[in-house]
Design a protein around this ligand. Structure first.
Ligand code: BEZ
Length: 210
């Protein structure tokens, strides 16, 4: 069954490069990013994992835990990590799930048989502290993902969760934002004392809250 936004992220216990974890316990009160890659010792995946390792401080700053997955076993991930560090210049600093029996891949519908019946596609799930799925992305094996975009979405999700604003097309951190339609003008006055530009009753633009 496909996972939809708002669903509870399926829980599981799995072996990882940092020991056995129970996913929900491991997440604790943090946000999470679970992402799959097709196969160990492959070029695009090598660049992706190196990049995620390099920007991990950006995930930490946002209280986001990152975890990777492929259907290869943990021992294979561990051998591959040497190549990632050597070629990408950063050691992998987050756990990678070994999923040879495809338990987690099955729970998260990460194998798309009409694309490839054995390898996981490039899935991304962003999970909130309430364990609900906030974003899903699926990329083909041949296209490396834009992890800066994933950080941008997390910024947007956190602004909505904590500051009651949504973000417009092509928004970048620091740009103006939109007061969520669910907020009445009376409620908005409390949260946005400096006001807003009401372009339409449903389109209220304001400075990005800090
Ligand atoms: C890669 O990571 O480079 C890759 C993996 C599977 C198929 C194609 C490319």
């Amino acid at each position: 069954m496909a996972i939809r936004l708002g669903d509870t992220a399926p829980d599981f216990t799995a072996s990882t490069t940092q020991g056995e974890i129970n996913f929900h316990e491991w997440l604790g009160d943090s946000w999470g990013v679970l992402f799959s890659h097709p196969k160990d010792f492959t070029p695009v995946c090598t660049t992706e994992l190196g990049y995620v390792a390099r920007i991990k401080p950006e995930f930490d700053k946002r209280n986001v835990k990152v975890i990777g997955l492929s259907v290869d076993p943990v021992e294979s991930h561990e051998r591959w990590e040497g190549d990632i560090e050597e070629t990408q210049g950063t050691a992998v600093n987050f756990p990678m799930i070994g999923d040879p029996d495809r338990t987690v891949a099955g729970l998260y519908d990460m194998i798309h048989p009409n694309a490839d019946d054995t390898l996981t596609v490039r899935s991304v799930f962003v999970i909130g502290p309430d364990k609900k799925v906030k974003l899903t992305l699926t990329y083909p094996a041949s296209t490396g993902r834009n992890f800066d975009e994933i950080l941008r979405v997390i910024d947007s999700l956190q602004l909505t969760a904590y500051k009651k604003v949504a973000t417009p097309a092509n928004w970048k951190f620091g740009d103006d934002v939109i007061i969520v339609p669910a907020l009445s003008n009376d409620e908005a006055k409390e949260l946005f004392p400096d006001g807003w530009d009401e372009q339409k009753p449903y389109l209220r633009v304001t400075k990005q809250p800090s």
